[in-house]
Design a protein around this ligand. Structure first.
Ligand code: 13P
Length: 287
């Protein structure tokens, strides 16, 4: 059964670790992440962007697939199905399709409109027992057509949005989606510290988990980050493993063209990457 993120986030905040949000793209991705979470006895959050939702036919297909998979695979660890960077309309659709958690990304609106729309989404989620993530200060880079300029959030605005009653808060602190450029200045821990102080006890979310050095990840967790989003890194290892398989000519040997064989190395690579992140985030054994 799917759960919202409230309890897993409170436990992470108290226990000073973070739960990974791993974005899914298809059945193999979902199965790899769920099996790894179960093996590692870790809570897990499956992230679905609006683009990935469309790719997988729609939110209903995704929610039904994830719920059925939890049953068929006998998954017992807490699993949340979370809309990633939802628009106002997309958030409503995901709520009605069976998602257990919603991110409403109003960071591109001015702060007053972000507040008004976030409040509405909070009320709708409260009626349904879903958790809500809001965002202040756009995350840089591009993800499925959502482009952010890499703003650094204003701690006072973070407090205003946190006080509306969101369950988790994403704040831009110099993080970006996708690979980090060689000249990246790193995370703004001074700002994270201020946000953590201003929002007292609010579980914070770090987007753009791909490529953030381990020591920065650990420091972010010590400053209130309880959820870390990873997407590109799983895509990179999947692509690399698949390329190796084909370059080695394995698809031409026997029945190596069978998708169950062709996609197996990528599947294993995702499992390995997710395990590595769960260990780094400290969520292993916390389910
Ligand atoms: P990366 O693709 O950089 O890992 O970011 C993922 C993310 O933040 C999803 O919202």
């Amino acid at each position: 059964m799917l759960v919202n993120v409230k309890e897993m986030m409170q436990k992470a905040r108290d226990g000073k670790y973070a739960v990974g949000q791993f974005n899914i793209n298809n059945l193999e991705w979902t199965k790899a992440i769920l099996l790894t979470a179960e093996e590692q006895k870790s809570p897990v959050i499956l992230g679905v962007s609006e683009g990935a939702g469309k790719y997988m036919c729609g939110f209903k297909t995704v929610a039904d697939m994830v719920s059925a998979m939890i049953g068929d695979l006998g998954i017992t660890v807490p699993v949340a199905l979370h809309l990633d960077h939802g628009s106002y309309e997309g958030a409503k659709k995901a709520m009605d399709s069976g998602f257990s958690s919603i991110m409403f990304d109003g960071s591109h609106y001015d702060i007053d409109e972000n507040i008004a729309k976030t409040k509405e989404i909070i009320d709708l989620c409260a009626e349904r027992g879903l958790s809500v993530e809001a965002e202040v200060g756009a995350i840089g880079g591009e993800e499925d057509g959502v482009i952010g300029g890499g703003e650094v959030a204003d701690p006072a605005e973070c407090k205003t949005i946190a006080d509306l009653g969101v369950d988790i808060l994403a704040a831009g602190i110099g993080n970006i989606h996708g690979k980090y450029p060689a000249n990246w200045a790193g995370l703004r821990f001074d700002v994270l510290e201020e946000i953590n102080k201003a929002t007292v006890g609010m579980p914070l979310v770090l987007h753009g988990g791909t490529g953030i050095p381990d020591d920065m990840v650990k420091k972010a967790i010590s400053l209130g980050v309880c959820k870390i989003n990873v997407n590109t890194e799983c895509q990179l290892v999947f692509a690399e493993a698949t390329r190796k398989y084909i370059e080695a000519g394995k698809d031409l040997e026997g029945k190596g063209f069978d998708p169950r064989k062709l996609l197996a190395p990528g599947f294993e690579a995702i499992k390995e990457k997710v395990k590595e992140k769960m260990e780094l985030f400290g969520s292993v054994g916390k389910a």
